[in-house]
Design a protein around this ligand. Structure first.
Ligand code: ADP
Ligand code: ADP
Length: 218
């Protein structure tokens, strides 16, 4: 699924407390592309990713996800598109501590109304895709950082999305584990043609991607 962003702007707060987070950002992602998004701290990378994923709204500009002009859509419609077409991976995993690996991985399907039994089968498939088939009943506290990020990736792919947004997915991991996580994202990109955008500070990780989008402070 291709993504087209035109003249995207976002300001947090009002008056003297206003912070311009994005100023007229434009970019295109081709279907099946894997790109890194880099730039200095505070330049708006997280804000951009959150707006593209429909987690946050923008002030002005256009966002096309395939044929869908999501800048014209309301929150409910965007949330539905997000559940069906997008996965999101955070630096700090954002898993629910009281849920097991399969329950965490199944969350997007349950939220979309899939019966638990079917969602469990799909969550197991996603966990085996990330190499964690034997950990389906483990809780986040029983798993390593790399394993928790794999659970988070299983949750991101469980609905078989066209797009994965990843915000510093290796920021909390050691170099070897980070390479494995990026290798996993590369595999998903190659095997399923999933479009993937990864925010990263790490030039080593950026070098794995088709292309780097560099952002500057606005
Ligand atoms: P990056 O991910 O590149 O570090 P962010 O998107 O997190 O940048 O932040 C961009 C700018 O917007 C920064 O100046 C930051 O302080 C500000 N900002 C981000 N989120 C908020 C928020 N919820 N409220 C107010 N300001 C914010
Ligand atoms: P089935 O048709 O039996 O449901 P598929 O052949 O579509 O299964 O998929 C086989 C495996 O690939 C499953 O483990 C599934 O979770 C995984 N899979 C399929 N499509 C995607 C996708 N777009 N992203 C991630 N994993 C996927």
């Amino acid at each position: 699924m291709f993504i087209r962003v035109q003249g995207l702007s976002k300001t947090y707060g009002k008056g003297t407390a206003a912070t311009k987070a994005l100023r007229e950002v434009s970019l295109n992602l081709d279907k099946g592309e894997m790109v890194s998004i880099t730039g200095p701290s505070g330049c708006g990378k997280t804000t951009l990713l959150h707006i593209l994923a429909g987690i946050e709204s923008c002030d002005s500009g256009e966002i096309w996800i395939g044929d869908a002009p999501i800048h014209e859509w309301d929150d409910a419609k965007i949330a539905k598109l997000r559940l069906a077409k997008m996965g999101f991976v955070f630096q700090s995993y954002h898993l629910v501590p009281v849920l097991t690996a399969w329950e965490n991985a199944a969350m997007p399907l349950i939220a979309a109304g899939m019966p638990t039994g079917k969602a469990r089968v799909r969550a197991r498939e996603a966990l085996s895709e990330v190499g964690l088939a034997d950990k389906e009943n483990s809780y986040p506290a029983q798993l390593s950082g790399g394993q928790n990020q794999r659970v988070a990736i299983a949750r991101a792919i469980v609905a078989r999305p066209d797009i994965i947004w990843a915000d510093e997915p290796t920021g909390a991991l050691d170099t070897d584990t980070a390479e494995q996580i990026i290798g996993l994202l590369e595999m998903l990109n190659r095997h399923y043609g999933t479009t993937i955008a990864v925010v990263t500070h790490d030039p080593g990780i950026a070098s794995h991607m088709n292309r780097t989008i560099r952002m500057h402070r606005s």
